[in-house]
Design a binder for this molecule. Structure first.
Ligand SMILES: NC(=O)c1ccc[n+]([C@@H]2O[C@H](COP(=O)([O-])OP(=O)(O)OC[C@H]3O[C@@H](n4cnc5c(N)ncnc54)[C@H](OP(=O)(O)O)[C@@H]3O)[C@@H](O)[C@H]2O)c1
Length: 273
């Protein structure tokens, strides 16, 4: 598995991780596939995708519980856990409270990266960032990040951090959604912010794409692997495809360690404007 430096922190994370939206439920908890889900996450970690993305929102916390079950089998420092606080919990005490609950569900004593799931214009960012920084000072949070933030929102958040910085912005990015390329992606590169691409397979659409299938043939790769490789060839981008299926997990792990040729990159870029 290819590793990428979480910009300027010295910490390396896998270029491909695992998303968990739908693992343990969507907007409500679903306990029916727990065993399969724990097995899948364990498998993914064994394959080197030890960057796991979850959120207090997913399955109303049950996704975090499943992640907590899966990481029990590994030394804690061998996994990199990302979770998120809901926009309605961005008041100082609410954020601390949410974080503590996530710690309990994840069955761990620290979280690697805590993200604001989405901005909330009704709660002052200053208050939120001060709670975030408190968690870092206490040593129970390693890194602070945001999700679905635009440049102005990131700039504002950065302003309120005294001893730490924003290391990640998690945003939608794939061959079918390239909106961030205009401003946000270059801004993040310049400011040492890793872009964590969500929905990197366009929720399962890209693995069915004919052009990507054809291009993959000469590398012995699938359309999904081509779509993921296209993302991670960019310097500050990592991807977090969700996969429950073991074959999908194996495929995704092998989307790194090779490169598309310049010619194929151009062909792909032209096709997916
Ligand atoms: N911050 C945010 O606001 C936000 C928003 C959306 C998502 N996210 C995060 O990003 C993650 C990824 O996004 P997503 O789950 O919406 O979509 P996605 O990763 O683009 O697509 C997931 C779908 O692709 C399938 N798949 C995975 N690998 C495959 C492969 N190699 N070949 C064929 N199909 C494959 C999965 O099937 P199986 O499960 O059957 O393997 C699943 O149906 C989420 O799980 C979540 O952690 C964050």
């Amino acid at each position: 598995m290819e590793l990428k430096e979480l910009n300027k922190t010295g910490v390396k994370i896998p270029a491909i991780g695992i998303g968990t939206w739908g693992i343990g439920g969507y907007l409500t908890p679903d306990y029916s596939k727990d065993e399969e889900a724990v097995k899948a996450l364990k498998k993914g970690i064994e394959l080197g995708m030890y960057l796991i993305d979850t959120a207090e929102m997913y399955g109303r916390g049950h996704s975090e519980e499943i992640v907590g079950e899966a990481i029990k089998y590994f030394p804690r420092e061998k996994v990199f856990i990302v979770t998120k606080v809901l926009p309605e919990n961005l008041r100082y005490n609410d954020l601390i409270n949410s974080f503590q609950k996530s710690l309990r569900r994840l069955n761990t004593d620290y979280i690697d990266l805590y993200l604001i799931h989405a901005p909330n214009p009704n709660i002052p960012l200053k208050e939120t960032m001060s709670a975030m920084e408190k968690l870092v000072e206490e040593g129970i949070l390693k890194f602070i990040g945001v999700s679905n933030f635009n440049i102005f929102q990131i700039e504002e958040a950065k302003k309120y951090l005294r001893r730490t910085d924003i290391v990640v912005n998690q945003v939608e990015y794939s061959l079918v959604d390239r909106r961030i390329e205009r401003d946000l992606l270059p801004y993040c590169l310049k400011n040492n912010i890793t872009v964590m691409a969500y929905c990197p397979l366009a929720r399962g659409i890209l693995p069915k794409n004919e052009l990507l299938k054809q291009i993959g043939i000469k590398y012995g790769k699938t359309a999904a692997q081509v779509a993921l490789n296209w993302l991670i060839q960019k310097e500050n981008v990592v991807a977090i495809p969700k996969a429950l299926n073991t074959e999908h997990l194996k495929e995704n792990a092998q989307a790194t360690g090779w490169r598309l040729t310049e010619e194929d990159l151009q062909l792909i870029n032209k096709h997916f404007k």
